[in-house]
Design a protein around this ligand. Structure first.
Ligand code: GLP
Length: 270
């Protein structure tokens, strides 16, 4: 697993956006052979999305032949609710870029049969040939997508009950009222994310410091579901200095040293 410790969130976001755009460009995707991205919501990826929009507007990348699969969606709130993940994705990324609407996949938290919706989602991922690069963020308890502590590390897309910690953390988007936060969500599984050919997780800010310490310095554990990344062949964590607060000085210095070349420059776009 690669750990890239960036000086701050801006630098991290630029790096991630350049990395993603470079991967799309290198793949030279076509309608028959698109580049398939897994995407997260939350505050962590917002900076990278802004940078991707800038790169698109500068003509450095196109999303015409990119297919996306979002990680998760709340159950039971309308798609046009400002806190739905559908709304978030349009508002922060899709409306600014040239991705065809039919290439966008987001779980439907209002489907009549939620279980079928989840199984179909896995089928859709398979049908397009799997996910090339899954981007993700984490919750303060180390959850990936909505795979709360204790989730099976080989889980697939399904319905999950949210923990009180997550409901509390996300209540900031619902007038700070925990009662307004949906109690369940549809989410890809840890296994779904790990089946991607590459996984890149953004971990920024001191609130994520404990989780980062667990995933980097301790073992694979279902209580910190992102720790499964240790077993992925091509796993990358992009974090900022703030998030490393709980790690040993020696660990931080080690990763800064072995990644010094990657950290010095932004990834190439071609
Ligand atoms: C929610 C989402 C996760 C996301 C997490 C962290 O729980 N389901 O996918 O990673 O929030 O959000 P933020 O990036 O705002 O800290």
């Amino acid at each position: 697993m690669r750990i890239l410790i960036h000086s701050d969130y801006d630098r991290l976001s630029k790096w991630v956006a350049h990395y993603v755009a470079g991967k799309i460009n290198k793949a030279q995707p076509t309608p028959e052979n698109p580049y398939v991205l897994g995407l997260p919501t939350g505050s962590s990826p917002i900076g990278a999305y802004e940078e991707l929009v800038k790169l698109y507007k500068a003509g450095k990348v196109s999303f015409k032949n990119v297919v996306t699969f979002n990680m998760d969606e709340y159950v039971g709130i309308p798609e046009d609710h400002p806190e739905s993940y559908h709304f978030f994705m349009w508002d922060n990324l899709f409306k600014y870029i040239d991705i065809p609407k039919e290439n966008i996949n987001i779980l439907d938290g209002n489907a009549a049969d939620l279980e079928k919706e989840c199984n179909d989602y896995e089928e859709r991922i398979k049908k397009v040939g799997g996910i090339d690069l899954f981007l993700g963020g984490i919750g303060p308890d180390g959850h990936i997508a909505f795979n709360e502590p204790g989730s099976s590390l080989s889980s697939k897309t399904r319905i999950k009950t949210l923990t009180y910690d997550t409901i509390l953390a996300n209540s900031r988007f619902f007038d700070n009222d925990v009662n307004k936060v949906p109690k369940t969500a549809l989410t890809v599984g840890v296994g779904t994310v790990m089946s991607a050919r590459e996984v890149l997780i953004i971990i920024n800010g001191y609130k994520k410091a404990r989780a980062l310490q667990k995933v980097v310095e301790e073992g694979v554990n279902h209580m910190w579901t992102v720790s499964m990344l240790q077993l992925h062949e091509h796993g990358i964590i992009c974090c900022d200095d703030e998030a490393t607060m709980e790690m040993k000085v020696g660990t931080v210095n080690y990763f800064k040293d072995i990644e010094r070349e990657a950290l010095a420059d932004l990834p190439e776009l071609q």
